[in-house]
Design a protein around this ligand. Structure first.
Ligand code: RBF
Length: 327
């Protein structure tokens, strides 16, 4: 009898445990980096945001770097879905939602989250993009003020350099127009010298382009080229020119050379969206846009290096522009 009671107690415990088990279950998330993490703020912050969420919540994560061959990405994402191991696959860039959409057809139980991309209407995919026109506008306005300034490295040519990794729709339709509008609002005579690296990693090529562009009059740069940006930064440092950093706070990478930082809060947004997912609140099927008004886009004025190296009149003008964008 005693043995039977013990047996019943064990069964009871097991049942009790298995009832509460789904709540205790650790969620598994795969992070697919379309490129490599190092050198691209947008991916470094994606990775950091997921890691912070994993620490705070009960999540197991696996980060997979997709490398630079875009043709490999669809099969890599498909392979992740095919494992059936992950409650959510996260990625980030404008070319990814369409790949997720295709993979979703074969794996209809797989959930996806894509930042920095947009796709509406697939009940298994949620996307979050940024209103990056405003981010590029602030970069353009700052670059315009610098090229017209009396700062040591500025010249009289009214010429600004833009170095990009490759052409893609968001770059051509949003980032370049935003940057040019910012420049134009400072002075319509400012011209842009735009060059293409051809990939997201070749810092040597980016450095050579920067050298050439400086010799032709450019004195301040915006680089949207991932890891290749390091080549632009070091050439500007060598030749005493300036750079506006994009996507993250870059002032301390090159004090006095990086004179502006326009950011997206990719780490914070990733953290928020992963938390929403864990709480069952991520609105799959929807596509949202996050902006300067929501606090997800900004220009960093508070940094000591910005305060130290940028002339007062430029800081005052930038403050007005930033305030208007956030309104
Ligand atoms: N941005 C990066 O910083 N690093 C990258 O490796 C990178 N790869 C990209 C690949 C493709 C196919 C596309 C469409 C965009 C890529 N981006 C990359 C750009 C990124 O989505 C974003 O537009 C910029 O980082 C500016 O915020």
């Amino acid at each position: 009898m005693k043995k039977f009671i013990v047996f019943l107690m064990i069964i009871g415990t097991v049942q009790l445990y298995s009832k509460s088990a789904p709540e205790l279950q650790v969620k598994k998330i795969a992070v697919f980096i379309p490129g490599v993490v190092a050198g691209s703020p947008i991916y470094e912050d994606l990775d950091a945001g997921v890691r912070e969420a994993a620490k705070a919540l009960s999540i197991e994560i696996k980060t997979i770097e997709g490398g630079f061959n875009t043709a490999d990405w669809p099969n890599m994402i498909k392979d992740i879905a095919a494992t059936g191991l992950y409650d959510l696959i996260i990625s980030s860039n404008p070319s990814i939602p369409e790949i997720m959409n295709e993979v979703s057809k074969d794996f209809p139980n797989q959930k996806f989250l894509c930042l920095d991309g947009k796709l509406e209407g697939n009940k298994n995919i949620y996307t979050a993009e940024y209103k990056q026109f405003d981010q590029a506008y602030m970069a353009g306005y700052m670059a315009g003020l610098v090229t017209l300034s009396n700062m040591d490295g500025a010249n009289r040519d009214k010429k600004v350099g833009m170095i990009v990794a490759q052409h893609y729709p968001v770059l051509d339709d949003v980032l370049i127009p935003g940057f040019k509008k910012g420049l134009n609002d400072v002075d319509p005579e400012i011209s842009v010298d735009l060059r293409v690296v051809g990939n997201w990693w070749d810092a040597t090529k980016a450095s050579e382009l920067t050298d050439l562009m400086i010799s032709e009059g450019a004195d301040v740069f915006l680089s949207i080229s991932g890891g290749a940006t390091q080549g632009v930064i070091s050439k500007c440092q060598d030749l005493g020119k300036y750079l506006i950093h994009f996507d993250s706070n870059g002032y301390d990478k090159a004090p006095g050379t990086i004179v502006g930082s326009t950011i997206i809060k990719q780490k914070e947004l990733t953290y928020k969206l992963v938390t929403d997912f864990i709480n069952g609140k991520l609105p799959f099927g929807k596509a949202d846009t996050f902006s300067a008004k929501d606090g997800y886009i900004d220009f960093i004025e508070s940094d000591d290096l910005y305060q130290k190296y940028v002339p007062e009149d430029i800081k005052t003008k930038m403050s007005v522009v930033i305030k208007n964008i956030k309104k």
